[in-house]
Design a protein around this ligand. Structure first.
Ligand code: NAI
Ligand code: CS2
Length: 481
């Protein structure tokens, strides 16, 4: 029997407790182009645009773009762009079908269609979740990674672009030629000062092709910084099967997440936007203090859990914080990281830490340590190295941060403490495989740390190689007690 898929035609078969779009989807305009339509966009920004549509402001439909593979388009197209957002914690579950995504384009199949969407007079916002590595920035030297083949391709020709900046530039050029304002481009990746990084990448790309266009973008465009937060684990086949049994139709584009959602956006737009504040978005002049707190507390602890827990054999985040010594290690890391923060008014750090621990402990999320361990070279600088460097500049010790960094180095051996082998998933995996020790690894991170910090990392690294992650954690907790 053929599997019945979620679609506009099968919406009315869903159980009554599933929320579905009540607005006229055919009347929706496409005010948003999203680059990198993975799980996170569908659980975060799209949920906000859905709220705008549900409020009656029909300008904020989304054209999703995959810059690389056709996977998400192939999941969503047979479903008329509909997908289920499953929000769950240990206590309950909320199920909502989201209708905001009106179309998914696959850039390599039809790059001109992506440029046309960016150039459309209806488009006012471009959001991006292309992962940290998608910005193609040179972590050690600064600027664009000019020897990356896709960057080199786009710097030479924008006929059929390959990179995010390579698409935004012809989109902006077409808008300028048509007398339209630029769109506001919102990076929603976990990078500090993500707006400035995106702006720099776009200006460098524009400069290579048309300096006058670069000037126009610099003067008229807007690249607000954003802090985004919602834990969105990758969907598994088992998740799809369980939901299908509940809904009576199959949804291959479903995403699962937690109740928490935060989006802090720098209040600097160059055109129309939804009434974001009405849908829970915080607009502010200063995103950096929010971003630093999130990157160093949430993401820093996540990376520590990914490598230490991964080495110890933990499949999921909640397993690690389910053990007293796991929680103690996270608290020790937070003690060190918190002292480097300048918390924004409105952020109560002790309460934030308590809430984070509860979020990590959510057993219903099934957030894999391996997912977080991916792309460590792109994540560690802002999550762990920056707070370490700041502490050392003030003469402060860096034990827990150093253990987390050492665990990432030990992870590069590709084998857990239980003898299980795995493949390193990182854009610079080949260079990491050639690294000869702590100094080589730090150079690949672009990390400039003093002798004491390097020495502390080296001690932990040696202990992890000799012993195990569990023993190293116990030693650190013991030392601190
Ligand atoms: P995902 O794996 O579901 O989607 C990743 C998207 O990025 C895909 O569209 C993929 O094609 C694209 N991508 C990957 N490498 C790329 C490259 N080199 N160039 C251009 N595009 C590339 O992952 P997910 O969960 O959507 O996360 C994406 C990003 O969103 C994260 O890296 C992070 O920066 C941000 N984020 C994710 C959160 C989460 O909990 N999943 C929460 C907060 C932020
Ligand atoms: C995680 C983040 O995968 C990772 O590296 O640390 O994606 C984390 O889930 C989000 O930042 C939560 O907002």
């Amino acid at each position: 029997m053929p599997v019945v898929r979620l679609s506009a035609a099968t919406l009315d078969r869903l159980p009554a407790n599933v929320a579905v779009p009540r607005y006229d989807r055919d009347a929706v305009r496409r005010g948003v182009v999203h680059l990198g339509i993975g799980a996170f966009h569908r659980a975060h920004q799209a949920a906000i645009f859905e709220a705008a549509l549900a409020s009656g402001d029909l300008r904020w439909g989304v054209t999703g773009v995959s810059l690389r593979s056709a996977g998400v388009r192939d999941q969503m197209a047979p479903q008329d762009g509909l997908y289920t957002l499953l929000v769950r914690d240990g206590e309950g579950e909320r199920t909502q079908v989201i209708g905001a995504v009106r179309e998914v384009l696959v850039a390599p199949e039809d790059p001109a269609a992506v440029v046309a969407a960016l150039a459309s007079p209806d488009t006012h916002l471009v959001t991006l979740t292309i992962t940290e590595k998608g910005y193609k920035l040179d972590r050690a030297g600064g600027g664009l990674l000019r020897d990356d083949p896709d960057v080199a391709h786009d710097l030479a020709s924008l006929e059929a672009p390959r990179t995010a900046a390579g698409f935004l530039v012809p989109g902006l050029a077409a808008r300028r030629a048509a007398g339209l304002a630029p769109f506001t481009a919102l990076s929603c990746d976990n990078l500090p000062d993500n707006g400035a990084l995106l702006r720099d990448a776009v200006l460098a790309m524009a400069q290579a092709h048309d300096p006058a266009l670069a000037e126009w973008i610099a003067a008229e465009g807007a690249f607000p910084a954003t802090m985004v937060d919602r834990i969105v684990p990758a969907t598994t086949d088992a998740d799809v099967a369980v939901l299908a049994a509940r809904l009576g139709v199959q949804d291959r584009a479903m995403v699962k997440t937690e109740p928490f959602l935060q989006w802090v956006v720098e209040n600097r737009f160059c055109g129309p936007r939804p009434d974001l504040a009405a849908f829970g978005v915080q607009l502010t002049d200063a995103v950096a203090p929010w971003e630093d707190a999130k990157l160093r507390l949430l993401n820093g602890a996540h990376s520590a859990i990914a490598y230490l827990g991964g080495l110890a054999g933990d499949t999921y985040v909640h397993e690690f914080v389910g053990r007293p010594e796991g929680r103690a290690l996270v608290e020790a890391l937070w003690e060190e990281a918190a002292e480097t923060l300048d918390p924004p008014a409105g952020l109560d750090v002790p309460a934030y830490r308590r809430a984070l621990m509860a979020r990590f402990a959510n057993p219903a999320l099934q957030h894999r340590t391996r997912q977080i361990a991916m792309d460590g070279s792109q994540k560690l600088p802002q999550r762990l190295i920056a707070p370490m460097a700041e502490r050392r500049a003030r003469g402060l010790p860096v034990e827990a941060l150093a253990l987390a960094v050492a665990a990432w180095m030990r992870w590069q051996a590709g084998v857990t403490d239980l003898g299980e082998h795995f493949t390193i998933d990182d854009p610079i995996a080949a260079r990491l495989a050639e690294a000869g020790g702590v100094d080589d690894y730090l150079a690949l991170l672009g990390a400039d740390l003093d002798r004491r910090a390097r020495g502390t990392i080296a001690e932990h690294f040696a202990a992890l190689e000799r012993g195990s992650a569990r023993a190293a954690i116990e030693r650190l907790i013991g030392v601190r007690a």
